[in-house]
Design a protein around this ligand. Structure first.
Ligand code: SF4
Ligand code: SF4
Ligand code: SF4
Length: 308
């Protein structure tokens, strides 16, 4: 979103004004909830990934998703490129992106998909409850409840939910955590099973954190002393490890604050229904969250957050 700081502040002022007019106290983020020890997750070890994309192919197969062009149409390059498609879409739920590390030009591959957040901002922004954190840790979407407002797309700090623009009755699409298929049968996710390099470990989130810490302890030269997702945005179901000199932000994993954005979106929603705040305030606040998320990504996650 191309918006100046001045413009953003103006919008914020309109939003605040609307809130004040409605006699509402400003929304405040609530405290974090403790993650459930039974939640499942995945540990993506970027130091092990060889960029073969077997996970990406397995995900397509599991979810019966059609192929996408591997031509770099955005850059008008009429040949196949590695980084294609350019991002997650309604037909691609997971994607391997190649990033060039500053350390000696070595390529690092990073798997992107829904993070299955402990405090999912998408779910808290959804007015009709179409997105919900499940008992097994997956953040599931129900198309029967969805009214197509796309608040979830605005709220998600990782820009994960995708809209089926080409369909007459569109749905939101994102990684399902193989919940309705493999998890129901007691099997691990398709992507983790397909990985030939052991770069994706499936299991209980609490166990994955222990495994990650153990890898760091046993090989400090190989790993940065940080498990991404242990605390960021209140914790995520998908965790990451990276090489010491690799900035998580340059892997598309910004240093979000440890406080969740879900608490904020949730309290906004509660206020809306409690006091019927005019829609301009709602759009302004959600626009503000989107601007904040994009600005953090642009700045490499330097603004306001820290890793420790
Ligand atoms: S990554 Fe985005 S879509 Fe996935 S659970 Fe978190 S907020 Fe929701
Ligand atoms: S968990 Fe399932 S849906 Fe999600 S990226 Fe892996 S294979 Fe795809
Ligand atoms: S299958 Fe494993 S090694 Fe291959 S791209 Fe996916 S995560 Fe990387």
């Amino acid at each position: 979103m191309d918006i100046s700081r001045r413009k953003f502040l103006q919008i914020g002022a309109v939003a605040s004004g609307s809130v004040v007019c409605a006699g509402v106290k400003p929304a405040s983020a609530r405290d974090l909830r403790e993650p459930n020890p039974e939640w499942l997750g995945m540990l993506n070890d970027t130091t092990r990934c060889i960029g073969c994309k077997a996970c990406q192919v397995a995900c397509k197969k599991e979810n019966k998703l059609p192929k996408e062009s591997t031509l770099n149409e955005a850059a008008n390059v009429g040949r196949d490129v590695y980084d294609a498609p350019r991002g997650l879409s309604d037909r691609t739920y997971t994607l391997i992106k190649m990033q060039q590390a500053k350390e000696g030009g070595k390529a690092t591959f990073v798997k992107t998909q829904c993070m299955h957040c402990s405090e999912p901002a998408c779910a808290s922004a959804c007015i009709v409850g179409a997105l919900k954190k499940q008992d097994n840790g997956a953040v599931a979407y129900d198309s029967k409840l969805c009214m197509g407002c796309r608040y979830c797309m605005v709220a998600c700090p990782f820009s994960v939910p995708q809209f089926e623009w080409q369909n007459a009755i569109p749905s939101i699409k994102k990684c399902t955590f193989c919940r309705e298929t493999r998890l129901k049968e007691g099997k691990p996710t398709a992507c983790s099973t397909a990985c030939p390099a052991g770069a994706i470990t499936f299991g209980k989130r609490t166990e994955l954190i222990k495994i990650a810490r153990q890898r760091i302890e046993e090989d400090p030269e190989r790993y940065q002393d940080h498990v991404y997702g242990e605390k960021e945005v209140g914790g995520t179901g998908v965790l990451y490890l990276a090489r010491p000199k690799m900035q998580f932000a340059s892997l598309g994993l910004p240093a979000f604050e440890y406080r969740t954005v879900a608490g904020l979106t949730e309290s906004i929603q509660h206020r809306i229904f409690q006091y019927f705040i005019p829609p301009v305030a709602v759009y302004s606040v959600l626009g503000g969250i989107m601007y904040y998320n994009q600005r953090r990504k642009k700045n490499g996650g330097e603004e306001g957050g820290s890793h420790e």
